[in-house]
Design a protein around this ligand. Structure first.
Ligand code: GLN
Length: 312
């Protein structure tokens, strides 16, 4: 409603500054060396509404890499390429309760498949399911998908961040080789990882994230044209994973405190959505120990409480 939009425009600058102060309780990710340079106390937000309006506050001019936010969209593309059956033969539907890069429990789901597509192990398998003869073709299709959803033909990956992750990804490498040994991955491990690192390092702004989120909020429809960009059923699957696994092992707490489908990334981005109404993009590089933006989560909680957005 108009009054809610007015309230958001009026109160967001204050909420943002209050939330920003929580950044001191976290730090930018450093296990990917290139991410450590991010401004620790930055906080920016964009809200895009179904009727074409947009609000943007704080440090939303900065661009950042999608990291795990990209996993929602590679999942959608894999579903469009392989169908539900093809995807869920290789990856499960359950939260793990472990860290995003955990090796624990990889043996627990038969036959050694990752618990869900949003943890690293699951997302690496999803990268292998993207149609294409070569890693370059798969990456090209992923990029084309992001460009279509955001409407930005210039969207691409950040080469420094890609190279930084590729040269330090010992843990993801070991996860991938383990999956290969279990025959969950059929392809060449380094080729699959190359696709994975490239989609994780796609560089975006809060405006891009808000637009991506709005497409999900509208069940896969382009907000401007109404065209169905992604089948509604696949968006439903993606949003279910966002609620149960989108904030990793803080997904339960986030569901209680914010109550919206969301996905975080280790660069500090969060994609969140209010079904049928808004797409939200937040950036706040300082992370808590679960790998989620401290200030970003705080800001989403403040907004959700004030506007009564919880879907529950
Ligand atoms: N590229 C990152 C990794 O694989 C993504 C993790 C994340 O954003 N949580 O470690």
């Amino acid at each position: 409603t108009t009054s809610e939009w007015d309230k958001l425009s009026e109160r967001l600058p204050l909420w943002l500054e209050e939330s920003r102060r929580h950044s001191v309780n976290g730090a930018p990710a450093s296990y990917i060396p290139e991410l450590a340079h991010a401004p620790a106390d930055a906080l920016g937000i964009t809200i895009a509404s179904a009727d074409g309006r947009q609000l943007t506050f704080g440090d939303c001019g900065i661009s950042f890499t999608l990291q795990s936010i990209s996993k929602v969209f590679t999942l959608l593309l894999a579903l469009m390429d392989q169908g539900e059956e093809g995807v869920f033969r290789k990856v499960g539907m359950e939260p793990t309760g472990d860290d995003f890069n955990s090796m624990l429990k990889l043996e627990l789901v038969e036959p050694g498949i990752p618990f869900n597509p949003l943890i690293n192990a699951g997302a690496i398998v999803i990268s292998s399911l993207i149609r294409g003869q070569t890693p370059a073709e798969k990456t090209g299709r992923i990029l084309a998908f992001f460009r279509e959803l955001t409407g930005d033909p210039a969207l691409t990956w950040n080469e420094q961040v890609r190279a930084s992750e590729a040269s330090t990804a010992h843990r993801n490498r070991s996860l991938a080789y383990f999956l290969k040994d279990n025959r969950v991955l059929d392809e060449d491990v380094e080729e699959v990882l190359d696709v994975y690192f490239r989609h994780c390092s796609i560089e975006a702004t809060c405006q891009h994230i808000a637009k991506l989120a709005l497409v999900l909020a509208l069940g896969g429809k382009d907000p401007a044209t109404g065209r169905q960009l992604v089948p509604r059923r696949y968006v439903q699957i993606a949003k279910s994973f966002m609620i149960t696994c989108g904030m990793y092992n803080a997904s339960g707490e986030f569901a209680i405190k914010v109550g919206l489908p969301a996905k975080s990334g280790v660069a500090g981005g969060i994609l969140a959505l209010v079904p049928g109404r808004y797409g939200i993009g937040v950036i706040g590089p300082a992370l808590n120990d679960k790998g989620n933006s401290v200030a970003g989560v705080q800001l989403l909680q403040t907004m959700s409480e004030a506007c009564d957005w919880s879907i529950f």
